[in-house]
Design a protein around this ligand. Structure first.
Ligand SMILES: [Zn+2]
Length: 378
């Protein structure tokens, strides 16, 4: 009798624990970090964003650390990651570029020809799609040994593959790009180097990091640093200057506060940047759509990182921007930036509350419902 009672109690306990774990995991998965609260101190209505001639240099943020640079004559992409397979696909199956999705995104961006696609390290969410993008746009894939081996395995013709080394500077039209070796964020899920052509499809863990580069983009006196992973090599950026840093915060939330401060000091403060645009905060398991969603907290907890970055931006008087985030659309009747009344503005297929002042100030991108974030950089 006691044995039966013991088994029943045991079973009840097991079921209760299982339900609790499932509820906890479900809640954490659905729970997206409240990044939008941090957009309040980052004014969207900065008049400095509006260029006298917005056609001259456009930088479009397309999720993860994919950025489209375009000056009207020359265009290139970092990473060019558009397939964005789901979490279960990444975990369970070998990955390959989704050609239809890549073509859809490029068409929607109006990109027909690119000079280059530049994955800044070789993880799948940076390097997997580069060769497919290159095939569709006649671009070269430029990158480390590991990146070039992903391209060779695709296979992309050798004439479309270019290896770069630490410290090298290349010219693309009026752009000058300098590659500076960096490190991946701690907790690298696929460390190592790809020493042979990587056949497609391949599991995510076979897209090994290789050399991680920070890329300095110079264009007619403007300097933009693209930093694709939340790691650093102490002192490596000390001899460089940039006005704007596109700063990856992927995996930054799980590091300690002292690490986050060192990251800021070694990247943002080292180059003397006055503006920081955050990248790699979105849920990269979702397709690229009108709006980016922050990564679920179970996968990436950005809150501690945002708290540190906010304190550091105040300390150094640096402007911090987070664009395209939609975890909590602005619902109040007052614009957080300037406290004026908002009006409802209808875009192509949805209606969104948007402050007229902000929309006007950000005319470079706010009047375009897609792509997500079009920042015209000075
Ligand atoms: Zn990575």
């Amino acid at each position: 009798m006691w044995m039966r009672r013991f088994l029943i109690i045991g079973a009840v306990v097991v079921v209760a624990v299982a339900i609790s774990v499932a509820l906890w995991a479900g809640q954490r998965l659905a729970d997206v970090p409240s990044l939008d609260v941090h957009t309040v101190p980052f004014p969207e209505s900065d008049a400095g964003l509006v260029l006298a001639d917005p056609s001259r240099l456009r930088i479009t943020f397309l999720g993860a650390t994919t950025l489209l640079f375009d000056d009207g004559e020359t265009a290139f992409l970092t990473d060019g990651f558009f397939s964005r397979p789901s979490f279960s696909e990444v975990v369970l199956s070998p990955l390959e570029p989704d050609i239809e999705e890549i073509a859809r995104v490029l068409e929607r961006l109006g990109v027909e020809r690119l000079e280059a696609v530049i994955p800044l390290h070789a993880h799948y969410d940076h390097a997997m799609d580069a060769s497919s993008v290159a095939e569709l746009t006649e671009a070269r894939v430029i990158g480390s040994e590991s990146v070039t081996n992903v391209a060779r395995g695709h296979p992309l013709p050798e004439r479309q593959i270019q290896l770069i080394e630490d410290g090298e500077t290349i010219a693309l039209g009026r752009f000058r790009l300098t590659f500076i070796e960096s490190l991946h964020a701690p907790g690298d899920r696929a460390p190592g180097v790809i020493t042979e052509p990587l056949k497609s499809p391949s599991h995510a863990t076979r897209f090994r990091t290789g050399t991680v580069y920070s890329m300095l983009v110079e264009h007619e006196g403007r300097r933009v640093l693209v930093h694709s992973s939340a790691g650093f090599l102490p002192g490596n950026l000390a001899d460089h200057q940039a006005d704007v840093v596109y700063l990856s915060i992927g995996d930054l939330g799980t590091q300690g506060a002292s690490y986050r401060e060192a990251y800021w000091d070694e990247v943002v403060a080292a180059v003397g940047a006055r503006r920081v645009v955050l990248t790699h905060w979105d849920n990269l398991f979702l397709r690229l759509d009108d709006r980016l969603q922050p990564a679920p907290r179970l996968y990436q907890d950005h809150k501690p990182a945002m708290e540190s970055l906010y304190a550091l931006k105040l300390r150094d008087g640096v402007e911090l921007r987070l664009r395209g985030c939609s975890s909590r659309p602005i619902r109040s009747s007052a614009c957080p930036t300037n406290r004026r009344r908002m009006r409802t503005k209808t875009t192509s297929n949805r209606s969104a509350s948007r402050c007229r002042t902000c929309a006007t100030a950000n005319s470079g991108w706010a009047t375009t419902p897609w792509p997500i974030h079009r920042l015209t950089s000075r």
